[in-house]
Design a protein around this ligand. Sequence first.
Ligand code: SAM
Ligand code: SF4
Length: 380
Amino acid sequence: MQAQAEQLVTRHPSLVTGAKHLYLHIPFCLQICPYCSFYKDIAGPGKADPLVEAIIREAELFGANCVPETIFIGGGTPTALSVSQLDRLFQGLHRHLDLTRAGEFTIEMNPATVTARKAELLHSHGVNRVSMGVQSWDPHLLEVLGRVHDAEQVRRSFSILRAAGYDNLNLDLIYGVPGQTLAQWEDSLHRTIALQPDHISAYCLTYEEDTEYFERLQRGEFRENTDQDAVFFERGVELLSAAGYAQYEISNYAKPGRTCRHNLAYWEGADYLGLGPSAWSTVGERRWQNIPDTAAYVRALQAGVRPLAEEEILPAETREAEKIAFGLRMNAGLDPLQLAGQRDLVASLREEGLLEDHGPRVRLTDRGRLLADEIAAQLI
Ligand SMILES: C[S@@+](CC[C@H](N)C(=O)[O-])C[C@H]1O[C@@H](n2cnc3c(N)ncnc32)[C@H](O)[C@@H]1O
Ligand code: SF4
């Protein structure tokens, strides 16, 4: 088996380069949320066992060179897997990959999937950070968002995780939900802060193509309100920073020492390897995506071939442009040299109060952050 793995890796030299950041995608969810465009599938009988085996096989055949410093297991909802499936998955990963250098090891959970046994098992396998999707504390908005859990479940799951020893917990929130009032948003922020997670992600709802929400937007049932989104965003920055959560990226806030190292590496343009259906990888000048179809992904691995959907060679300028776009979203900002080719535009953005110096670096002002995507599009 080892010889076969070596042969396959040798045939795919792009996989030999050791990425220091590993992503693993588990697509299953208990229920599909109407706004979500991640590759996902309803957890059902007979689907999860073959996927677990296929991911272990992918790690064995194509991941052996990766000694990750950060790991992020996302989805979907990885904890939609049963305790025994999770145990098998982690035993298999530990068998084929060296996970001992992962200082940060995150897994995503939906509050409805958290149990003490799962929390303890994952902790025993080295997971030291959990990111849980809360979205809102308002019962009506949870229904609008098609969430499978209620507010009480969030509280219960949070205490289970703390009791299991997790000292690095993130909670995800969404603002700009149809019908959401500023008071409801403030209430969600206050209740989230009251739990004292170590990290909070506050995302503005995006209407992603191929989602039910997008269709409802097209039909005129929902309407985007960017002015209101800006008010919600600013209130988020205010309340979270007053509560000791420093904004370090447009949607991300952390207590001291609790920024997400995996996401930071990604935004700073580091190489990463992705395993599992639909997962993207970027290594050197190559970027590829695994097949975004669980059954086809499983078939490919059963046949011992790379579960590849597409692969491209990235021009150096594309990676540079991506670093600028991500850098603009970060409060630490950019090295001015990265914008050296855009002197006139940078000067006019400064004059408009959208860009500012931040020590030796340059970054968006609070007002500029509201227009981050438009400014990035102009600069790259
Ligand atoms: C993979 S999910 C997190 C774990 C789990 N599946 C859950 O939903 O509880 C990743 C996060 O992306 C955010 N998200 C997903 N779709 C979004 C959208 N259309 N707009 C804004 N945020 C979105 C949500 O906050 C969600 O918690
Ligand atoms: S938001 Fe989370 S639970 Fe909902 S469909 Fe997306 S991945 Fe699944």
